[in-house]
Design a protein. Structure first.
Length: 133
């Protein structure tokens, strides 16, 4: 098993644990060509979820790409094929739950883990704002 696949498995297991701990029902997708990894049932609302594993960069950010390139094809994530990204952050053992609507029209989204040095808040997405789901 590749390191990439192992990280993906860790992220999926962490998400399943967190979602079930919060009292939600989860259905996993076993189709490798599906845009989403699972469907989360949050009190009757079904949400298609793409799960990612992302480590904090040297600058204290998480960078989530909105496209997936493989050797055979490219997938652009949008509200047509997923509803949320669930991003596992191993250093913090946290899951960020990010609506795809926040990401549409972008190639990536960056979440700050810590405050900026200049205290800028406009146009900044903070990880802490996506952990209460």
């Amino acid at each position: 098993m590749s390191a990439t696949n192992r990280k993906g498995d860790i992220a999926e297991a962490a998400f399943l644990f967190e979602a079930i701990s919060r009292g939600y029902n989860v259905c996993s997708s076993y189709k490798q060509d599906s845009a989403y990894d699972c469907v989360l049932d949050r009190k009757g609302s079904l949400e298609r979820v793409q799960i990612k594993y992302r480590e904090i960069t040297e600058k204290g950010n998480l960078v989530i790409t909105i496209t997936q390139d493989t050797k055979t094809n490219r997938r652009d994530y949008s509200s047509e094929n997923i509803d949320y990204f669930a991003v596992y952050v191993p250093e913090l053992k946290q899951i960020a739950y990010i609506p795809i609507k926040l990401c549409e029209g972008k190639t990536r989204i960056t979440l700050r883990v810590a405050e900026t040095k200049n205290k800028q808040v406009k146009g900044i997405n903070y990880l802490k704002d996506f952990t209460s789901w």
